[in-house]
Design a protein around this ligand. Structure first.
Ligand code: ZN
Length: 194
């Protein structure tokens, strides 16, 4: 969408002209994709401050919509997009060592995650409520350093763990209104996981 507008009074602007640059009509084929697209845009709206250009986040949103349009796995794409946006905006959690004492988790072992403390927390430092398996940690770490979106589905357990950790992070930052709106939008597709 290309929109031309002039600043108006307060938050309102004068809209001069709007044209569609690119459409993602494939998203309309499934309610799950429509819900995920709405949830993704709500996350971005909440995370990016008003009037701040964030071209990399914009590019991520376009890639995400294009992936959904082309039939990419919906939940995996949405989770990856959220991880990417957090990374781009400087909110990436620490996943390679305990945020408190710096101890690295043993290779191949799960770790516990605490969003409020910013990453994984070892047992001695109190642990966290969400468990991330070694596979989930590896996947999340890899996603923080690429803009590629997944083409394959993930094992159910990893998807659920990453989902729970991201939900915890989101609950920390989002305002109630947007959190409710995101939940309402994502509820439509979450109902489909089985
Ligand atoms: Zn520790």
């Amino acid at each position: 969408m290309n929109a031309c507008f002039r600043p108006g009074r307060g938050e309102l602007a004068h809209l001069d002209r709007v044209s569609v640059e690119r459409s993602f009509l494939g998203i309309l084929r499934s309610l799950k994709s429509i819900g995920a697209a709405g949830a993704a845009l709500a996350v971005i709206r909440e995370r990016v401050p008003d009037h701040e250009p964030e071209p990399a986040v914009f590019e991520t949103a376009v890639r995400f919509l294009a992936a959904l349009d082309q039939g990419a796995p919906v939940e995996e794409s949405l989770l990856s997009m959220q991880i990417r946006v957090l990374t781009l905006l400087g909110f990436a959690p620490t996943l390679d060592r305990c945020v408190h004492c710096g101890k690295t988790p043993a290779r191949g072992r799960a770790a516990s995650f605490d969003a409020a403390r910013g990453g994984i927390v070892c047992k001695a430092c109190g642990g966290g409520r969400v468990i991330l398996s070694a596979g989930a940690l590896r996947r999340w770490g890899a996603l923080q350093s690429t803009s590629d979106l997944p083409e394959e589905r993930w094992p159910e357990r990893e998807r659920q763990q990453i989902h729970d950790a991201l939900a915890q992070l989101d609950a920390l930052h989002a305002t109630v209104t947007v959190r409710e709106r995101t939940a309402a939008a994502s509820g439509r597709w979450e109902g489909g996981i089985s």
